[in-house]
Design a protein around this ligand. Structure first.
Ligand code: SF4
Length: 330
């Protein structure tokens, strides 16, 4: 029974069937048309799940098709050079994900004959595949009855139940609610509800398909702690001559974006009073003001002249790509 008006909320688990029916009916109609939802092919599901970790949907859409064009199968990905994989990943950030993706593709080809493992437990053995990702692939691509918990699902469950459920309890409640016939759709519907309706600061409870079953109806809105953005300034030199641009490669053992290519940074800020252009760039909790000056780099190590036509073949950092686009070079 769905509670009416101000009667006390029944336990969420008592209402699981009604909850699942409403959620899935809503999802059938309102789900976003995302490219990775056109297929249950495990390679495509896996790729989208790895790309979506800590990256906005809009940014993933931009890269998803191009990545698939370059590496249409797990076999092609396994055979690729790491530099090519990183180049295709360029702009998505968190490059460790691309390296893990590449390593996992090799394991799938070498140890599984090119076939994806079909259970969450087996998928978790792959490099870069954690509990959430394994459950997402297993339920969406193989229909395994295994629930997912990500930030969106966590928020929906906390608000629906009116309780601050600790870690393992969230997974248990999500498993208890899971629709056994459509586990993949149910998991995607929970995440979709959190991403589009039950949003962190302003949940749209009036349009929520499960509002009658919700213990809080938005009372916990805005409780997510906001992270204060830091501000930083950074300066780069753009040096173009004879159809080539001078770029430097980050050290192979650098802790961030190892081996990626970027513009030389200006160590001495004194000559930066008259930049060619300025742009803004955000990485996690830091907002950068980026000034680009025209000139010659001062003692840049690991630098090389790269023909403009070859620049996009390199594994560029996201910021380097942005600067080169703004400068009309790519
Ligand atoms: S009613 Fe509001 S708070 Fe409750 S799940 Fe729906 S959107 Fe979230």
């Amino acid at each position: 029974m769905i509670r009416k008006d101000d009667s006390p909320p029944a336990s969420l688990l008592d209402l699981r069937r009604e909850f699942g029916t409403r959620l899935l009916s809503w999802y059938n109609v309102h789900r976003r048309d995302l490219p990775w939802r056109l297929s249950c092919d495990p390679y495509r599901v896996w790729l989208s799940e790895i790309m979506l970790q800590q990256t906005r949907v809009a940014a993933v859409i931009e890269h998803y098709h191009e990545f698939l064009r370059r590496f249409p199968s797990v076999q092609k990905l396994a055979r690729a050079r790491e530099a090519s994989v990183l180049a295709a990943w360029s702009g998505l950030g968190y490059y460790r994900r691309a390296r893990m993706l590449h390593a996992a593709a090799k394991v799938i080809v070498r140890e599984h004959g090119g076939e994806f493992p079909s259970t969450a437990a087996a998928l978790r053995e792959l490099p870069g595949v954690g509990r959430y990702t394994a459950a997402a692939i297993a339920s969406i691509a193989f229909g395994e009855s295994v629930a997912v918990v990500d930030g969106n699902v966590e928020r929906v469950l906390q608000r629906m139940s009116g309780e601050r459920l600790p870690g393992e309890s969230l997974w248990e409640v999500a498993s208890d609610l899971l629709d056994q016939k459509r586990p993949g759709d149910f998991n995607q519907a929970m995440m979709e509800l959190g991403a589009t309706v039950c949003t962190p600061r302003a949940p749209a409870c009036l349009t929520c398909p499960v509002v009658e079953m919700c213990a809080t109806r938005g009372e916990l809105a805005g409780s997510a702690t906001g992270v204060r953005q830091r501000k930083r300034e950074i300066n780069y030199v753009l040096d173009c001559q004879n159809g080539r641009v001078f770029l430097v490669q980050r050290a192979r053992d650098a802790s961030l974006m190892a081996g990626m290519w970027e513009l030389p940074e200006v160590a001495n800020r004194n000559g930066v009073s008259n930049p060619l252009f300025t742009l803004r760039h955000s990485i996690t909790v830091t907002d950068y003001t980026v000034r680009v000056i025209q000139g010659q780099p001062d003692g840049a190590k690991n630098g090389r002249w790269i023909s403009k036509s070859r620049v996009t073949n390199l594994a560029l950092t996201g910021l380097a790509r942005k600067i080169l686009r703004a400068a009309g070079i790519i």
